[in-house]
Design a protein around this ligand. Structure first.
Ligand SMILES: Cc1cc2nc3c(=O)[nH]c(=O)nc-3n(C[C@H](O)[C@H](O)[C@H](O)COP(=O)(O)O)c2cc1C
Length: 338
């Protein structure tokens, strides 16, 4: 009952996608979700093309199932052109190219010519229509409650059916606020052909998130996130949903400060990108990975409102299995009701 036409198109067993989550979604998490029958997506993670190539090869060594690579089209400042990342993905013939924050139009025909499917995440019906016109294979409709950078102003419940209607028969994948089987069934009922889950998967052993980050995800409730531009150093004026930590509460009254990108902001720690040490200045929007050191509490704990539903760290395969089994049970129960 759960399988949708999109499952066939993308060669997957279950309509469940990993949300790309920057450095948190490395090869291990993506492979675990693909291996469990969903579609794992690894973020390019700010990595330069040679490092990304290594990561793609590692992901391929971990699973022979389809997977995706996510690229932010005009997101954070990068020391190399985003085109180089896309060229690499096409050269490597990754099964799916996932894009966000920008216009996918220039890349769709080239991707298709290379045998690569394209999915693009949007936050409004107008953007969905533009991406559909560009010929993408599926649209990810991201609601306001989503974690990470948030493209629009409309909740999943309202955006999803409108997007489905606007671009039918092209398939829509629902993102934002979904963390359990109830959310999966609701998304299908609203017309989605799959879900994309992020926040839930941070609390897995495979997620490349700092232990403090995982603990914060378990402890937080749905009212403890905020959509802000505070962590704007390196990617200014881009709204993102993050946990309301004491650091965030302290600076919210001066939210605009983060996007000023002052070079003299204090250094709060260090991390590694592509194997290289990178200093972290205050307000840099880089969620803490196991490589992060320093003042972890002042870093960017990106998370969505679904965080309230996340209470246990468990393997990604268990998350996928519980979503599938729970949704099947729920659908049978609903069908059996008088
Ligand atoms: C920690 C984190 C990092 C994210 N980074 C990215 C990213 O690099 N690229 C992207 O397309 N979306 C990113 N997102 C947004 C997700 O694609 C997706 O919209 C969101 O996770 C769905 O909401 P949920 O977290 O409630 O499941 C990120 C989300 C989170 C939680």
């Amino acid at each position: 009952m759960l399988r949708t036409p999109l499952c066939k198109t993308f060669g997957i067993e279950w309509p469940i996608f990993t949300a790309p989550m920057g450095p948190v979604t490395g090869p291990e998490l993506a492979a675990a979700v693909s291996h469990a029958g969903g579609l794992g997506i690894m973020s390019f993670g700010g990595n330069p093309p040679p490092v990304l190539r290594e990561n793609i090869r590692r992901l391929r060594s971990l699973t022979d199932r389809p997977f995706g690579i996510n690229v932010l089209l005009r997101g954070p400042h990068l020391p190399f052109p985003v085109e180089a990342v896309i060229d690499l993905c096409l050269e490597e013939q990754v099964p799916v190219l996932s894009t966000f924050w920008g216009d996918p139009t220039p890349y769709v025909a080239r991707a298709h010519a290379a045998g690569v499917k394209v999915i693009h995440q949007i936050g409004s019906v107008a953007d969905a229509q533009r991406a559909a016109q560009a010929g993408v294979d599926a649209i990810v409709a991201q609601g306001l409650e989503a974690g990470g950078h948030v493209a629009g102003e409309v909740t999943t419940m309202a955006l999803l059916p409108r997007t489905v209607d606007a671009i039918a028969p092209r398939p829509v994948i629902a993102a934002g606020g979904i963390a359990d089987a109830r959310g999966l069934v609701a998304a299908l009922a609203l017309g989605a052909q799959a879900i994309m889950i992020g926040t839930r998967l941070i609390a897995t052993p495979e997620a490349y998130a700092h232990p403090v980050y995982k603990q914060k995800i378990l402890a937080a409730t749905e009212d403890q996130t905020v959509r802000t531009t505070l962590f704007g150093h390196g990617w200014p004026d881009a709204p993102h949903r993050t946990l309301r930590t004491p650091f965030v509460e302290r600076w919210l009254p001066e939210e605009a400060r983060g996007s000023e990108q002052r070079p003299d902001e204090p250094r709060i720690g260090e991390t590694r990108i592509g194997g290289q040490p990178v200093p972290l200045l205050r307000f840099m929007g880089f969620p803490p990975t196991p490589d992060a050191s320093g003042d972890i509490e002042s870093m960017d704990f990106l998370a969505g409102q679904s965080v309230g539903l996340v209470q246990e760290i468990k393997p990604a395969a268990d998350v996928v299995r519980e979503l599938v089994e729970g949704a099947q049970r729920l659908l049978s129960q609903l069908a059996a009701r008088d």
